[in-house]
Design a protein around this ligand. Structure first.
Ligand SMILES: [Zn+2]
Ligand SMILES: [Zn+2]
Length: 374
């Protein structure tokens, strides 16, 4: 193992990232060092740079990462599914480790709601404390005990895992675990960013007959359509009337009553009132997209009672959702060319990658820290 690794460090909020070099520690017991092959740039990274998350700088960013085992500490003989691990194996890992001791971890079995101290790679691990290399925007990353690490299934490469980033397992949680989609269902997905695209993919794989994508701008809807994601498209950015859009969506559903399932992935509070109206009586509504707090919004709660809606919330993802995401990839990739979503950057171009994500110029930006000549 080379003794040094370069990493993109956020030195302070509102500042550009800097490339710095760190010593690579030998992995302690139940720990590992990985060579990073792909590291996603996510909307959350923009929020972190802007100082909107309760964390401390300096920090090595990067919470969506895939790579290969570089070194294994004592006891790291198998992945979380019991598969033997060796140096060189392609692996992926969940970006957080819940405390494993609180009521929500142990009794409720909902580690996304952990109230203890939860480690999040690329977010709340400072770059000025051991093991420093705790984010994915680096040539090497140090994985601590308790990391949910999984060897990639046969035929799946690191490049196959990265396009959906944290949106993939987030959609698995909401679409496969919170709501129930039945064969033949009509599903509305609000939002056409990575989470919306992933949600639509899982709705289709679950047997939905018709998936209606309500999002924008047009380039994103076109990218989804080119990928074979969704069947009908509505652009919310074209200045159209909300009531007309609700009527047009309902006209595409059986008897015009509304969708069986509506999944909110827009992240805009006002989308919720519209989504409630698009549900059929006894339909299901799942709010996944309000990941950051953008404030309150008027809704008409009469519709929830009158239609006997089943309302769901879904926050991030836990180990079972992450593993289900990885295990779904062989089937998912038969149908969807996810690599077409990628725009690749060398590690040294980290600031332009972040700018492109901020401006919405790319569907999915990824850094390739291991690529020669970076
Ligand atoms: Zn992310
Ligand atoms: Zn906990």
């Amino acid at each position: 193992m080379s003794a040094q690794s370069r990493a993109a460090v956020l030195p302070a909020f509102e500042a550009p990232l800097e490339i710095q070099s760190f010593d690579v520690p030998e992995p302690a017991a139940n720990s590992a060092v990985v060579d990073v092959e792909f590291a996603g740039v996510c909307g959350t990274d923009v929020h972190i740079q802007n100082g909107r998350m309760p964390i401390h700088a300096p920090v090595v960013l990067g919470h969506e990462t895939v790579g290969r085992v570089a070194a294994l500490g004592e006891g790291m003989t198998h992945d979380v599914l019991g598969e033997p691990l060796e140096v060189g194996d392609a692996v992926a890992w969940q970006n957080s480790i819940a405390c494993g001791r609180c009521t929500y971890c142990l009794v409720e079995q909902e580690p996304t709601l952990c109230t203890g101290s939860r480690l999040i790679y690329g977010m709340n691990q400072p770059a000025d404390a051991f093991p420093q290399l705790s984010g994915g925007w680096a040539e090497k990353m140090y994985l601590q005990p308790g990391t949910i690490m999984v060897k990639l299934p046969e035929g799946i490469t690191p490049r196959d895992v990265i396009p959906l980033g944290c949106a993939g397992p987030t959609a698995v949680h909401g679409v496969l675990h919170e709501v129930q989609i039945n064969f033949g269902d009509t599903v509305v997905v609000q939002g056409s960013g990575p989470v919306g695209v992933a949600a639509a993919i899982y709705a289709q794989l679950s047997g939905a007959r018709r998936v209606i994508l309500v999002g924008g701008p047009a380039v994103r809807l076109e990218a989804a359509a080119n990928l074979g994601v969704g069947h009908e498209y509505f652009d919310v950015t074209d200045g159209g009337d909300t009531e007309e859009r609700i009527s047009a969506v309902k006209a595409l559903t059986p008897q015009g009553l509304g969708a069986d399932v509506v999944i909110e992935c827009a992240g805009i509070p006002s989308a919720v009132a519209e989504g409630i109206e698009m549900c059929r009586p006894a339909g299901q509504y799942c709010v996944i997209g309000q990941y950051t707090d953008h404030g309150t919004t008027p809704i008409n709660p009469h519709y929830i009672t009158r239609k006997q809606l089943r309302m769901h919330g879904s926050w991030g993802f836990s180990p079972q959702h992450y593993i289900r995401y990885i295990q779904s990839l062989p089937r998912l990739l038969e149908q969807f060319d996810l690599a077409s979503l990628l725009t690749e950057y060398p590690l040294t171009a980290v600031n332009s990658a972040l700018e492109d994500v901020k401006a919405g110029r790319v569907m999915k930006a990824v850094l390739l820290p291991g690529r020669a000549g970076n």
